[in-house]
Write a protein that binds this ligand. Structure first.
Ligand SMILES: [Zn+2]
Length: 250
């Protein structure tokens, strides 16, 4: 195996490993999103529950106040039957009418509160249903993370073993260049040569899409144990199978 092929093998293994990890990363991100939504629904539910509780307390207190007023009115009515003078009668009557007015206002408020309680109960039911649905979504996203982790474990172990073997075949100097470029290009260390137009010797780098001088393409084809880089982006160039096949059929 030539140096170029060894490097390409290493590069492809790295790509494969990154691809596999990406699926897991995506599953983790999806789970995070579903968890965040669940948290939002739960806090909405908590907020509504406390609003409902407050409205229920107010509603009960209004009912008690109405009962109190009714009792006071009843007592005053009894009093009216035993009054001694017209003046006294009028005074009690005025008090009764004042209390009746107060009671009527409270009854309106109590009705309003009852409506509020019903509305909040309805909203709470809806958010409860949404919470339950979201819990299912979050659980399934979590299961996906677990499955993805379990699924890639074997593959990752296998690929890592292969990578160690592939790496051991690359001379130290070339490996140092490979690692440095891998770091600079976030893993995208190699780029395939793209044939734009063979008749005019027009080739470009599959990494940065800038054209490559024909001398470099020739070097790639003839000096298989040399590292040939793109003059623009610096990635290590390689010829993919399609390119080689088309060259062979020339
Ligand atoms: Zn390039």
């Amino acid at each position: 195996m030539s140096l170029q092929e060894k490097l390409q093998q290493l590069f492809l293994l790295d790509q494969h490993i990154r691809g596999i990890r990406k699926r897991l990363d995506q599953a983790v991100a999806r789970h995070k999103t579903q968890q965040a939504k669940l948290g939002q629904f739960r806090s909405q539910r908590q907020e509504l529950a406390s609003q409902l509780k407050m409205a229920q307390v107010k509603s009960a207190s209004a009912d008690n106040q109405i009962k109190d007023l009714q009792q006071r009115i009843d007592r005053l009515r009894d009093q009216m039957n035993n009054v001694k003078s017209n003046k006294e009668y009028s005074a009690v009557l005025i008090e009764v009418n004042t209390l009746k007015l107060e009671k009527s206002k409270l009854e309106d408020a109590a009705l309003e509160l009852m409506g509020q309680v019903e509305r909040l109960q309805q909203e709470l039911q809806e958010i409860e249903a949404r919470c339950q649905q979201q819990e299912k979504l979050a659980a399934s996203a979590h299961a996906e993370v677990d499955a993805s982790q379990a699924e890639i474990k074997d593959q990752l172990d296998e690929l890592t073993t292969k990578r160690v073997a592939a790496e051991s075949q690359v001379p130290a100097e070339a490996l140092a260049v490979f690692n440095r470029l891998a770091y600079e290009h976030e893993g995208e260390v190699m780029a395939a040569v793209v044939e734009e137009d063979r008749r005019s010797n027009d080739y470009s780098c599959g990494g940065c899409y800038i054209s490559i001088p024909i001398e470099r393409v020739n070097a790639l084809m003839t000096h298989l144990d040399q590292i040939v880089c793109c003059p623009n982006c610096g990635r290590i160039l390689y010829l993919d199978e399609e390119f080689k096949a088309s060259m062979g059929s020339k």
